[in-house]
Design a protein around this ligand. Structure first.
Ligand code: ADP
Length: 466
């Protein structure tokens, strides 16, 4: 059974409050009761001692016991609710206070006693009689019998003290319950309200609205984090969705161009408008190659995403390898009247996957080449800094708009500027390059400004530990 947060909190509070009040009252009843009992027993003992002392004093120095004024003993017996009897050495009763003054008290005591017994542990209903020697002038001259009901030493003040204590416990339990209930409602509202808002946002996202954001006003750290995470998720899903849509239209566009060319050519052949010449077949071949390249790229990417990149490492002279790759690009640049210069620190070696290294540099140089303007210029720099290898490829090409910078390493992402250039790119090159660089423990970053150019920096860390 699912229970709402509000009910759960309220229930928890009530149980906690009730539990602590019951515990506190049981503990304090027990300790106060015990202390009270000790006090009462002490008090009672003093009372009896006093009675014995008064009687001893009265009888001391008296030759004739009948001459004793027993009023004082009677008063004391009544005041202290004691039964006092004095016997001589022959067991003849020479004084008795009588028990009449104990009776009323006894009835009341029984009633209260059963009430109080539970928590004080004092048995108040029993009648007890004790004997003490009557000492007159340092010699035993009789017996004092003192009797009392248990209740007699439990004064009504003490009964009311303990019952007041319990009463105050009950009152505070009720007040604490009301307070606890109010606080639990306020607290649960503070927690459940933003949670409900976040749930609402998540539900909207579930039904496709990725532009919603959870705006919660809370000072609860965890809820704030949850709301930020949900918003981040929405942001990510939104950009992924945007990329997916873009990819579909890009792919359709990229595939349609070569297919349309092929289709119109084949139709012209069928209708007999065109003779199938070698040049025309060459155009066919070019289009088919473009399609094949795209499919190859897609396959590379799928491989990259399915498994960890396996590196076939060996010690390579980066300076020489880089020089060689630049040389292969030179004819292309010369043909377009572009400039390709390099500043390479010699004899930099590293343990790397040679093929992957070549692919990284090839991708960067072909990108620069593709996006150059007339009189374009590309510069490649290789240097070592704190045992890190740094390779920079800078061009003065078309640049990348600010808004595209965050997505540029995403698969199939292409800036609108590059699309206009019709270079036949597929937006996969940089994704693969980044994956290869990171597989070597390296970093890649890109700085760019529209019409100013782009600089891509690749940094391989502590080369000797590869
Ligand atoms: P593509 O095959 O489209 O070049 P990439 O993944 O290599 O794919 O690059 C992704 C996008 O990044 C390109 O379409 C282009 O918009 C942008 N880009 C990459 N390098 C450069 C550069 N040197 N100058 C301008 N734009 C670039």
């Amino acid at each position: 059974m699912k229970i709402s947060l509000m009910k759960k909190l309220a229930l928890g509070f009530i149980i906690a409050v009730l539990g602590s009040i019951i515990l506190a009252s049981v503990i304090s009843n027990y300790t106060v009761g015990n202390k009270f009992k000790e006090y009462l027993v002490d008090e009672h003992k003093t009372k009896i001692d006093n009675a014995v002392k008064i009687i001893d004093d009265l009888y001391s120095g008296q030759k004739e016991v009948s001459l004793i004024n027993s009023d004082e003993i009677q008063r004391y017996a009544q005041l202290q609710e004691l039964y006092i009897e004095i016997k001589d050495m022959d067991s003849n009763t020479i004084y008795s206070s009588g028990k009449a003054h104990l009776q009323n008290r006894n009835m009341m005591g029984n009633m209260m006693g059963s009430m109080m017994h539970n928590f004080s542990g004092i048995n108040m209903g029993e009648y007890t009689e004790n004997k003490y020697p009557l000492i007159t002038d340092n010699k035993e001259s009789g017996t004092i019998i003192i009797g009392y009901f248990g209740t007699s030493y439990l004064s009504s003040a003490s009964i009311s003290f303990i019952s007041t204590l319990n009463h105050s416990f009950m009152v505070s339990a009720v007040i604490a319950l009301i307070f606890g209930f109010i606080i639990s409602i306020i607290l649960s509202k503070q927690i459940s309200k933003p949670l409900a808002k976040i749930t609402e946002t998540a539900n909207k996202m579930r039904y496709g609205d990725l532009n919603v954001r959870a705006t919660v006003n809370t000072n609860t750290k965890e809820i704030d984090e949850l709301s930020n995470s949900i918003n981040y998720l929405a942001e990510t899903l939104n950009s992924q969705e945007m990329l997916r849509k873009r990819l579909t239209s890009d792919m359709a566009h990229e595939l349609r161009t070569p297919l349309t060319t092929l289709k119109t050519h084949v139709e012209a052949f069928i209708d007999g408008i065109w003779e199938p010449t070698t040049e025309r077949f060459e155009t066919f071949n070019e289009e088919i190659e473009r399609l094949t390249k795209m499919v190859d790229n897609l396959r590379d990417l799928a491989k990259l995403e399915q498994s960890n990149i396996s590196l076939n490492k060996s010690k390579i002279n980066i300076s020489i390898e880089l020089e060689k790759i630049i040389d292969t690009f030179k004819p292309l640049y010369i043909k377009e009247n572009y400039e390709l210069i390099s500043t390479i620190t010699p004899e930099i070696t590293a343990i790397m996957d040679k093929d992957k290294f070549k692919q990284i540099i090839n991708n960067l140089l072909s990108n620069s080449y593709k996006y150059l303007n007339p009189n374009g210029k590309v510069e490649v720099i290789l240097r070592e800094k704190n045992q890190n290898i740094i390779i920079k490829v800078s061009d003065n090409g078309i640049g990348i708009p600010e808004k595209d910078m965050t997505y540029i390493f995403e698969r199939f992402y292409r800036s609108d500027l590059s699309r206009n250039k019709n270079t036949g790119g597929s937006g996969i090159g940089l994704t693969i390059t980044k994956a290869f660089v990171e597989a070597h423990g390296g970093k890649i970053y890109l700085e760019s400004k529209i019409n100013d150019g782009t600089t891509v920096t690749v940094e391989f860390p502590n080369v000797l530990s590869f």
